[in-house]
Design a protein around this ligand. Sequence first.
Ligand code: CMC
Length: 428
Amino acid sequence: MTKSAKLTIGEKVIDLPIHSPTLGPDVLDIRKLYAEADVFTYDPGFTSTAACESTITYIDGDKGELLYRGYPIEQLAERSHYLEVCYLLLYGELPNAAQAADFEYRITRHTMLHEQIHYFFRGFRRDSHPMATMVGVVGAMSAFYHDSLDINDPWQREVAAIRMIAKLPTIAAMAYKYSIGQPFNYPQNHLDYAGNFLHMCFAVPAESYTVNPVLAKAMDRIMMLHADHEQNASTSTVRLAGSSGANPFACIAAGIACLWGPAHGGANQACLEMLREIGTVDRIPEYIRRAKDKDDPFRLMGFGHRVYKNFDPRAKVMKESADEVLGLLGIENNPTLQVAKELERIALEDEYFVSKKLYPNVDFYSGIILDAMGFPTSMFTPIFAISRTVGWISQWKEMIGDPTQKIGRPRQLYKGEKTRDYVDLRHR
Ligand code: CMC
């Protein structure tokens, strides 16, 4: 039986259809509301609004569940790897052996950038944040790859997708190398995706560099855990930009810009900087007090999540990786880590954090791992951007193929002046 709800506004009763999803709460369809009742809905932050249909990722915030195309993130983290997850997100199913080999071949053969893009980097100041460089360079890709800009051509959409997944690590590594004044490293196609990224970031021409498999595995996991996350702020930004028909490179550049904010992808950088600022375990109570103070804008970075109100399943897996990496590098006792462990312990017991369901999120642990690997904090968000590119593209492709898709155009609750007449300057 089709479900519906009745909305009474004054004398008028409006029937609103209710859709039942595969998983999650029912969804009230208000598309005809304005036409039939002459009212808008008001939902800043979209806390109760589904903006699209999707089959890619599912999150149950209360259960702490994250599924990519139905597969639990814990199983993927244990048994899969990043490029396989990319295939799954993009095409909906796990690849068979031939499909996996073909996909990896196509990604690997697209890792190099157009040589002229190298000159583009030089226009940036050396002290530019790598995210600033990435927003610019990814946006500029639309000026280099004219054969993959037509969003109505499925082949061009496919090539654009492969190009971005393949080239984002190269761009991020170049942004990093540029910022520290070292020569760029070309991609090494005999390495896997994560290992190649580590090589491009850490190898120098004067020495040979061997990728540590434990670090490559941890990097692969970071990428996998960040690959998609449903309709978060940056993904919604990509969809909104794409809804106007903008080219895919411009859309992903918009996503990167949104991700940069400290409430979203920028939280991993902000979290590690906060741990360093706290510095020693004895200063933690002062920061906990500030986090609870309503008049202080300070928040404990790396804690809390809009959707996960029990635990962040990504954080659980990431914590295991953090222990593995720190054990390997023999730095379990560094001061930042001690602050992190103690902060986690206190916050998990503190009434304020427990009652508001504020748990460490994925960024709390990913920052610790990336720091241990030798990345500066400014590279944390670019690594998130590399990882999320496949999610953004999958969601963008899904949107283009959706027959109900329209240009995104929210309405507003206008509280400004009513119509008034212009007053000449001399009379003001
Ligand atoms: N420290 C202290 N108090 C907090 C925190 C925090 N990190 N997060 C939320 N609160 C409080 C907040 O003050 C509010 O209190 P009250 O009800 O008394 O007004 C309550 O908890 C609910 O917070 P909210 O701002 O309504 O929650 P939200 O769903 O809008 O925000 C969030 C989610 C992630 C933006 C927020 O928790 C936050 O700013 N966390 C720190 C930044 C961070 O770690 N972000 C990374 C998220 S995971 C990576 C990603 O997916 O992007």
